[in-house]
Design a protein around this ligand. Sequence first.
Ligand SMILES: [Fe+2]
Length: 368
Amino acid sequence: MSQPVIKGLHHITLCASGAQDDLDFLTQVLGLRLIKQTVLFDGRYAHYHLYYANANADIGSVLTTFPYRRIAGRPGAGQISSTAFAVPKGSLSFWSDHLSRHAVEHSEPQERFGQSFIRLRHPSGLLMEVIEDADDARAGWTTGEIGADVAARGFHGPVLSVRETAEQERFFVEALGFRKTGTDGAYHRFEVGTGGAAKTLVLHHEPDRATGSWGFGAGTGHHLALDIGTDEALAEQKNLYEELGYTDCSEIKDRNYFHSIYVRSPGGILTECAASVPEGFARDEPIDQLGMQLLLPPWFEHRREEIVAMLEPIVVPEHNRPATMAAAAGPGGAAQARKETEASAASGVTPSRRTSATFIGGDVPPQT
Ligand SMILES: [Fe+2]
């Protein structure tokens, strides 16, 4: 039996509340790039699946959300309790001012494993962090308010709340190939490969915290996904899980932009392993127009009208549009932006502005 070949984080998936609130917060406050609008592939009712990332849509920077107003989640142990984004060293004073300007609830700077971070609250109640990391060279997405010198680079990693640590540690080490690299009070750090940003998981030992909900529900983390590279490695990981006795591993699922298996880890956190597919997020739209319009996998396309009717209309923020990038480039940019908008309209690609869609009530299921 081969050893696990996890490379680091692939994506993290959280349940938000309102779709537009989520979109506005993650793109305008955190400054992430919307890279995909699609839907949750499971269940009877349509829910958005929105993907956000850094400038290059790097694996390990991809935050995905299910805006899930229909059901409220219960935060607690056995869940992702916070999601940390790496930001440049010395940028926390910017972030503190920026969050205050947007009236976002946030903490004072604090430290974990010698790194300074600020914890902040997403509109749905989800906790997130910006944590300084001097070694992260990935390219952050920029906005009118967030420059390249302070932009989030992608994940540092999730903080995972568990009532007990022993079996969760064993799972990380034996089944996934992580190594324990430190403890800091109630926090236990695990790293893979070179460690650091996007290769770190932090367990928060909270023995007295009530267990949180496991299903989809607004305001709770849903799962973390680890990058395993290839389909061959994914199949081998499924064999490894079964050999070790983690026999509740799912079948291999086609997630359109990657292939996945899921297993419920001993501490309660749903853990996915994901293998890349050719072209990845650019397989169904140009790389410079990622996230502009709602895309469905081929097997849902014939139900598009019914699906759209169940989704909250959303407007893609200006700075996520290619034309706006031109406008931000300086004098003459606005005219260039208009030209590009016209060009993209002519090519059939127009950003979502579905304010007048048939609207049944957000993600409230239709009455039958
Ligand atoms: Fe996932």
